[in-house]
Design a protein around this ligand. Sequence first.
Ligand SMILES: Cc1cc2nc3c(=O)[nH]c(=O)nc-3n(C[C@H](O)[C@H](O)[C@H](O)COP(=O)(O)O)c2cc1C
Length: 183
Amino acid sequence: MTRSVAVIVGSLAKDSINRKLAHGLAKLAPASLKFDFVDMDMPLYNLDLETSTPPPAWTALREKVKAADAVLFVTPEYNRSMSGTMKNAIDVASRPWGKNVLDKKPAAAISASVGAMGGFGANHHLRQSVSVLNVAMMPSPEAFIHVTPTFFAADGSVADEKAAPYLKKIMEAFAAWIEQQLK
Ligand SMILES: Cc1cc2nc3c(=O)[nH]c(=O)nc-3n(C[C@H](O)[C@H](O)[C@H](O)COP(=O)(O)O)c2cc1C
């Protein structure tokens, strides 16, 4: 069965390695998964803006996540935690109170960094934050991806010979996790 996956990438950078990785993951994933990227350019969460007409980008994020069968988080690491861009998106998705669109969503969290630890700290802080939101996070296999200069091919696909089969396995496990959660 086809499953839709909302992709939340915690970076606004034009050449974001996390966005590149997310597109690479989409290419490696089983054909049953259809990926829809969230536009991350949105105002910081501010209760004062939580009116009957919230910022359009907040509404777009909420609608995309709500409509999706699952969510794929791909996050950079900023100072051993997730980026502010990622945390903001999670905050926006979690409100208004009682309308948390992440509730019960099957999800996977993948981090990528130019650092050797592959954003381990970011990945685990993200898992902690979404746990209170009742996200059905895939516990394993885990992916903390160390992006080296030769990691991506010119067309943006994952060129790293060790990483590509592993990432394919992760996406297969994610597809199976989604089916298990939606049963
Ligand atoms: C404010 C800031 C803090 C960072 N802190 C970390 C860190 O704690 N660990 C790490 O591995 N990389 C850190 N980096 C490097 C990022 O991993 C790197 O810039 C990466 O390319 C960001 O992801 P993106 O290209 O998807 O935006 C930091 C970068 C910035 C700008």
